[in-house]
Design a protein around this ligand. Structure first.
Ligand code: 5GP
Ligand code: ZN
Length: 113
């Protein structure tokens, strides 16, 4: 499959990996939008959040927990952070392997741009 993030999972493309277990991989975003910008992805290829099914309920919980654990580990938990899953064109999704953005290290606006 010609998927950029599957290639990162399979070590065909390098990335700065910050967390890995049997279900989840997390790595630094190549074009960070905040001092801390990590992508947390399922190892299972799921193109967008629209493709999440009942089989994925535990997996989605693991994504969120990995993000929270990383926020604590990186020292941003108390101050705060943002988690984002972009879906399709209007949200600006560019890589069609679902991923959770973990953004922190600066104040963030709401509503988002
Ligand atoms: P999206 O816009 O789909 O929600 O987010 C895709 C993210 O993947 C972007 O923030 C972009 O900077 C990041 N990205 C794209 N290509 C690569 C890559 O080859 N390596 C890494 N580490 N991040 C990437
Ligand atoms: Zn993939």
């Amino acid at each position: 499959m010609n998927c950029l993030f599957c290639k990162i999972i399979n070590r065909e493309i390098p990335a700065k990996i910050v967390y890995e277990d049997d279900a989840v991989l997390a790595f630094e975003d190549v074009n960070p939008q905040a001092p801390l910008h990590i992508l947390v992805i399922p190892k299972k290829h799921i193109a967008t959040s629209l493709e999440v099914t009942e089989d994925d309920h535990v997996l989605i919980g693991k994504l969120l927990q990995a993000a929270s654990d990383l926020a604590r580990e990186k020292g941003v938990a108390e101050r705060g952070f943002r988690t984002v899953i972009n879906c399709n064109r209007d949200a600006g999704q560019t890589v069609f392997h679902m991923h959770l953005h973990l953004l922190a290290g600066r104040p963030m606006n709401w509503p988002p741009g």
